[in-house]
Design a binder for this molecule. Structure first.
Ligand code: ASP
Length: 291
């Protein structure tokens, strides 16, 4: 089975399912789904055509983790659309876990990854519209994010997850969110389950969001109850810190080794897609707050 964030997840699931249904490995399947989104110039939230930072530069972040606690991450990556595959290459072909910026690009070039201008006419036009006001509003709400996170479970009971993004639209150059940070944007425990996050990256990092979900599953919660508990805990942090969190959104999706899935968000508007032998559906995610 495979689950993916957002409405677009129906499409990434279709790609991942093609491999899973033929006995493919969860890691290959989620990577194929992520790459499909990254190479779609019309998806403005990941890879080619992702919204740039406030200086007009597209920088990508991605992470990958498998059932054996192997992980790879890239952050602040320029010119290389296949950020998730590069994270996998960090995992499999280096003794390290995280490469950033110029070093990540240099490694990509050494590994033969294709480079290109990631700014498309439409993402450039969106940036120029933003420049008219240049209002720096580093928030994530219903309209401006669509990070792709996928978690797959293959026929051999192996889990794998991936999270890929161009991050917050028009962010500061160098800003990195939760998506490439294992424990925050993604976490997989091959003996329990996996979870991935979308939404306001700073808050997901602050609260080690995806690990929190997997830890709740480890303690016996269902994926649904684990996602809900994590969102409730994060909300309590917000209240305790006394910060104004505006209209910020946070959402998690999770799956356990029994193939049970769940998702929960701070606010309405989040969705996720599930694909199994008998299911191909988009699910509206319940939320803690009304709006
Ligand atoms: N989590 C991402 C970030 O903060 C944003 C998103 O979910 O679209 O970079």
């Amino acid at each position: 089975m495979v689950l993916s964030t957002w409405d677009y997840g129906l499409r990434t699931n279709e790609v991942a399912w093609r491999l899973l249904s033929q006995g493919g490995a969860a890691l290959d399947a989620v990577l194929a789904g992520a790459e499909f989104a990254e190479m779609d110039p019309d998806n403005a939230y990941v890879g080619l055509g992702g919204f740039p930072d406030r200086d007009g530069i597209v920088t990508l972040d991605a992470s990958v983790m498998d059932h054996g606690y192997n992980m790879g991450m890239v952050a602040g990556l320029e010119q290389v659309p296949r950020a998730a595959a590069l994270a996998r290459a960090v995992m499999e072909r280096t003794p390290h876990t995280l490469l950033v910026g110029d070093g990540a690009l240099q490694f990509a070039q050494e590994q033969g990854f294709e480079t290109m201008n990631l700014l498309t006419p439409s993402s450039e036009a969106a940036w120029k519209r933003w420049l008219e006001t240049s209002r720096y509003q580093p928030g994530v709400n219903v309209e401006n994010h669509d990070t792709m996170g996928l978690v797959g479970l293959d026929a051999q009971g192996r889990l794998a997850g991936v999270c890929t993004t161009s991050g917050m639209a028009f962010k500061m150059h160098g800003r990195v969110g939760d998506s490439p940070i294992i424990g925050a944007g993604l976490y997989v425990d091959g003996s329990v389950g996996g979870a991935t996050a979308t939404g306001h990256g700073e808050e997901v990092i602050r609260t080690v969001g995806s690990f929190r979900v997997v830890a709740a599953m480890t303690a016996g919660k269902s994926p649904q109850a684990a996602c809900k508990q994590a969102v409730e805990e994060i909300h309590r942090f917000f209240v305790r810190r006394g910060v104004d969190w505006g209209d910020t959104q946070i959402g998690f999706i999770a799956v356990n080794l029994h193939g049970e899935t769940g998702a929960y968000a701070l606010r309405p508007g989040f969705s996720y897609a599930v694909r199994t032998q008998d299911r191909d559906e988009l699910i509206r995610v319940p939320s803690l707050l009304e709006a």
